[in-house]
Ligand binder design. Structure first.
Ligand code: 13P
Length: 254
């Protein structure tokens, strides 16, 4: 049985003042022992967030694929670990698009993060053009095959399926399409590590809100959510944690 993971991603948002939202979210997380709650904050906020947000896993949004070196402006896995991060996102579509990150880059980032003891949330997802061309599952499978580390397991790796066209748009795939993609991802993981793939959490991300969280989190092979906009305030993130908890505890989620 996989524990659900509700992870937020503040992207390039937030400030010291905004950490009051994290205080409230951490409070909700510590009252919700059946669900794992995590927040990927901007790197400048990792240390202050760790200092005050007990009960919550604080993480980074990216790390470099090299352990150190001449990469001005970048942060290594060891650096974010030292700041207190316990996990990092790698391969977010915004970085694949804005920074031109390749699958090979993402694989290196995941490996460096794991070497430093970080859990990894590895993102994959197709564009709208790719989905409309009927290539969504082929694209995601290729991304996974290109970016999964050589050796991995569910103790530290989660996959986030984030269709690019669903991020920040209010558009969400049908639960049937989400279930189909998550089953494909599970099968792809199993070709690498067999039965142990059943322990890897597969999160859905892209316009998750308090309104649609329960339906998504009840879907087969959806082991959690990666939440952007709705993670910025406790008011919109706490109901998503609550929906995950209700499902985990066998209570009505809506
Ligand atoms: P939104 O929830 O704002 O669509 O963002 C999703 C996302 O990209 C999380 O990593």
């Amino acid at each position: 049985m996989r524990r659900k993971l509700v992870a937020g991603n503040w992207k390039m948002n937030g400030s010291l003042a905004a950490l009051v939202e994290l205080d409230a979210i951490a409070g909700a997380a510590s009252r919700t022992p059946t669900v794992d709650v995590a927040m990927a904050v901007p790197a400048t906020l990792i240390a202050p967030a760790v200092a005050r947000a007990l009960g919550l896993m604080v993480g980074a949004q990216d790390v470099h694929g090299a352990p150190s070196g001449p990469h001005t402006g970048c942060l290594s896995a060891a650096m974010v670990r030292e700041a207190g991060a316990r996990f990092t996102i790698v391969g977010h579509s915004e970085r694949r698009a804005d920074q031109g990150e390749t699958d090979a880059d993402v694989r290196a980032k995941a490996a460096r993060g794991h070497e430093q003891g970080l859990s990894i949330i590895l993102c994959v997802g197709e564009t709208l053009a790719q989905r409309e061309a009927g290539r969504a599952e082929a694209v995601v499978t290729a991304q996974l095959n290109g970016s999964l580390p050589e050796v991995f397991d569910g103790a530290w790796l989660s996959i986030a399926y984030e269709p690019v066209w669903a991020i920040g748009t209010g558009r969400v795939p049908s639960v049937g399409d989400v279930a189909a993609m998550h089953a494909t991802i599970r099968a792809t993981l199993a070709t690498g590590i067999g039965q142990r793939a059943s322990a890897v959490r597969i999160l859905y991300g892209g316009s998750v809100t308090p309104n649609n969280a329960a339906d998504l989190l009840m879907t087969d092979n959806v082991d959690g959510a990666l939440v952007g906009g709705a993670s910025l305030t406790a008011g919109s993130f706490m109901p998503i944690i609550a929906a995950a908890a209700a499902i985990s505890e066998g209570r009505p989620a809506k």
